[in-house]
Design a binder for this molecule. Structure first.
Ligand code: C5P
Length: 405
């Protein structure tokens, strides 16, 4: 319930993407938000206010002269208690109106009349040529400069049959953007590199050795870092998880590939967080072709140690403390003792210990932070909540780091 108690004015302008606004409205309610829908006249051609009323559970406003509001000032009343105004879909024409401060219908007027503390967010949705038109781009630049949050648009096949930029982001992506907008920007301007998931060490072209890491914790940390305003690169072993919105993901399989990608990208990073469950060993006599079963024969595998990515990154730490390195450790016993010594062994300022190895695949976790002052327990919670707490702890420590250097 990331939007519990938040009051969102959901504005619909004209566009075929109005059908996605119905799903968005549902997701907003599911996350605990109360949704006040306002529709332009054009939007009512694409989807009916009846549908939006049923989904939001509140009367829908479409007309500046709607007499249902006692003082007849819907444009003022509807935004005074709001936490955000989100226009989805936002047409090229509506962006033009915003750029010029137009007040010629209820939706445009309430955008201009909203209190300065209420953020305005738009999800552009239009044909690719309309999006690329210099006039639209000028208007987008103007609204950005005015502080409007612009979510998307995405690229791909369009309802008109053409392909390119201009698709409204999917409702789930817009939810991620909206939720992120409410998170404190404690890592704004920072570059963060994160590893996540298991590694896969090949035995032959169709077989290999892996582990039970699902990648959920690493992906949650990547999402939380991005929500906090960082530029995030996620180097991921094989997982089935969707990429957090706005995160650059690089897929790898083996520990050696993960090492190569991380070492190639680490220059200029402010933070490195090694969440991946990296295999300690790889098969050195892996076969180029599928190993055939032979009656009575055994298979001898030889192993060599993989490079320790975290320790290697930590050894590149400059005198000014960058990149700030964070490791993860799953221990089945004596976590406090092992965690403290592992942090020192890896040469890192912060180590996150998982209590038990039950964390693999589960949706929640319980973690302990080890630094040079001792350890702190972050009690059991879902992985995204813990990831946000961890990011805030990292940000505090970086802040101290920057003050010292
Ligand atoms: O030594 P151990 O595997 O317990 O350490 C776990 C931490 O070290 C994790 O942060 C993991 O991502 C990192 N690690 C690594 N490269 C390895 C092994 C572990 O980066 N080869």
């Amino acid at each position: 319930m990331d939007l519990k108690g938040k009051r969102i004015v959901l504005g619909l302008s004209g566009g075929v993407a109005c059908y996605k606004a119905a799903e968005l409205c549902r997701l907003l309610s599911k996350e605990g938000a109360s949704v006040q829908v306002v529709m332009s006249e054009a939007a009512c051609h694409f989807i009916t206010p009846v549908t939006m009323q049923a989904l939001s559970g509140q009367p829908v406003y479409t007309d500046q002269w709607d007499g249902r509001i006692a003082n007849n000032m819907a444009h003022i009343d509807l935004t005074r208690e709001a936490d955000a105004v989100l226009i989805a879909p936002c047409s090229a024409d509506f962006i033009r109106k915003l750029a010029h401060g137009a007040c010629d219908d209820l939706l445009s007027t309430l955008c201009v009349a909203r209190p300065a503390r209420v953020p305005l967010m738009i999800a552009p949705a239009m044909n690719v040529e309309m999006w690329q038109n210099p006039a639209t781009q000028r208007n987008v630049a103007t609204v950005r400069a005015d502080g409007v949050h612009v979510f998307g648009p995405g690229a791909g096949a369009q309802a008109c049959g053409e392909t390119g930029l201009g698709r409204m982001l999917e409702p789930a992506e817009l939810m991620e953007e909206l939720i992120a907008a409410f998170q404190p920007k404690v890592l704004k301007g920072r570059r963060v590199l994160i590893t996540a998931g298991p590694t896969f060490e090949a035995i032959d072209p169709v077989r290999g050795i892996t582990n039970l890491s699902s990648g959920k914790m690493g992906y949650a940390v990547a999402r939380a870092a991005r929500e906090a305003g960082a530029d995030v690169i996620l180097v991921s072993g094989p997982t089935t998880l969707p990429t957090p919105h706005g995160v650059q993901r690089i897929d790898v399989k083996s520990a050696q590939q993960m090492y190569d990608v991380v070492m190639g990208a680490i220059g200029g990073q402010h933070v490195f967080i090694g969440v991946a469950a990296v295999a300690d060993w790889r098969v050195v006599n892996a076969s180029d072709h599928k190993v055939k079963k032979q009656e009575g024969a055994s298979l001898d595998l030889k192993f060599a140690q993989n490079p320790d990515i975290l320790a290697s990154v930590a050894s590149t730490t400059t005198l000014s403390g960058w990149p700030y390195c964070v490791g993860f450790a799953a221990e089945s016993e004596n976590l406090v003792e092992y965690g403290a010594s592992k942090r020192i062994k890896k040469g890192i300022p912060l180590l996150v210990g998982n209590i038990g190895h039950h964390t693999f695949g589960s949706d929640d976790n319980e973690i302990v932070l080890f630094d040079d002052t001792g350890h702190t327990v972050l009690p059991r919670a879902d992985k995204l909540t813990l990831a946000r707490q961890l990011i805030s702890e990292i940000a505090k420590r970086i802040e101290m780091n920057s003050l010292l250097t």
